[in-house]
Design a protein around this ligand. Structure first.
Ligand code: DAH
Length: 341
């Protein structure tokens, strides 16, 4: 009797191990045949030993045999479920379908104003102008005084400029000059000439700030391209040639330009420059011959050198070329607009 029970224990342990280890339905089937097979399965074999058990022990032995048989059957079924579940899972994994079209990736791009600036640098570079830079926070000397804009000039009105509050609070104290966001890139003319003996031939591209209420043509921050060429015998004819070549390059060959008399404190004579493109005249900036007072303010000799300067609105150029009618589009950050450039 005890041999019979020991065989049953061994059988149960072996069967449970084999079923738990089965990793595929083939392995499971092999284990099933080995233990539960109708003809020569190991359960059938052990069952044969039941006949040799003494009569009085039979009921207990039979009971134990049924328990083991059930446990083995149970081990088989749970292994079967486990393998089926794994198979279902791998089925529901998305299969790679090489015939599907790819998902488009949205590429970033440069802001239209940045693109315009790059192009303007390129055009002016071919005309021999190098790129200069200056700070956006300026003092009154560079934004006004050295540009021949006197203290009582309306352009210096605090309501026309973004003076910095901290600087204004301390203004008047010695060595604590008021600061403002530059209202024009003409500041860079002064900064360059202060540090460079003539000749100079530069452009400066950057942001300027004025407290304007935004509308289709105004924005409190916009970009200008400043140009400056100082050398012996630079004339108004050079100015006109450069501006015409520039306009033709940027807008295409079919461009005419005209000068209208104007006034700027830092140029004499001064002009307003218009170009004719697509059947329309558009003003594109101010220009003129650098005022002798400005040359003197930076230590140049107005008897030795002359120069011209100009200042153009970058947004306006870009708007005209791309038929954009509202400057605010540039700064709404709407990708449906930005993506078109
Ligand atoms: N700074 C002027 C403005 O912001 C534009 C300008 C006019 C610049 C004439 C110049 C110039 O260099 O010569 O309105």
């Amino acid at each position: 009797m005890s041999d019979f029970l020991a065989d049953l224990d061994e059988l149960q342990t072996a069967a449970e191990q084999r079923f738990a280890a089965a990793a595929s339905s083939d392995e499971l089937e092999a284990a099933r045949v080995e233990f539960l097979g109708q003809k020569s399965g190991r359960i059938k074999d052990v069952q044969k030993g039941l006949g040799a058990v003494p009569k009085e022990d039979k009921p207990a032995a039979g009971k134990r045999f049924n328990e083991v048989k059930q446990a083995v059957q149970q081990a088989f079924e749970s292994a079967q479920q486990r393998i089926e579940a794994a198979r279902d899972e791998s089925k529901s994994e998305p299969l790679f379908d090489p015939t599907l079209p790819g998902r488009p990736v949205r590429l970033g791009r440069l802001h239209p104003i940045t693109q315009t600036i790059e192009e303007l640098k390129d055009i002016m570079g071919r005309l021999g102008f190098s790129v200069a830079e200056g700070p956006e926070i300026e003092d009154e000397r560079h934004n006004f005084e050295a540009l021949n804009i006197p203290a009582d000039h309306p352009a210096r009105d605090p309501l026309e400029n973004f003076y910095l509050h901290a600087a204004r609070a301390g203004a008047g104290k010695q060595g604590d000059a008021p600061l403002l966001l530059r209202s024009q890139t003409s500041t860079v003319q002064i900064r360059v000439m202060e540090h460079t003996p003539p000749p100079v031939r530069i452009i400066a591209l950057g942001r300027v700030y004025r407290p304007d209420t935004p509308d289709a043509t105004h924005y409190p921050m916009f970009h200008q391209m400043e140009g400056l060429w100082v050398d012996r015998r630079v004339t108004m004819a050079d100015l006109k040639s450069v501006l015409r070549l520039f306009a033709s390059s940027y807008l295409g060959h079919d461009v005419h330009i005209r000068f209208r008399p104007s006034f700027f404190p830092f140029t004499e004579p001064s002009v307003e420059c218009d170009y004719h493109w697509n059947d329309r005249w558009t003003e594109f900036g101010g220009a003129g011959m650098v005022d002798p007072n400005v040359l003197q303010a930076v230590g140049y000799d107005p008897e030795e050198v002359t120069g011209f300067a100009f200042g153009l609105g970058v947004e306006r150029l870009c708007m005209r070329r791309h038929h954009i009618t509202d400057i605010r589009e540039f700064y709404r950050n709407d990708v449906r607009f930005l993506h078109q450039f």
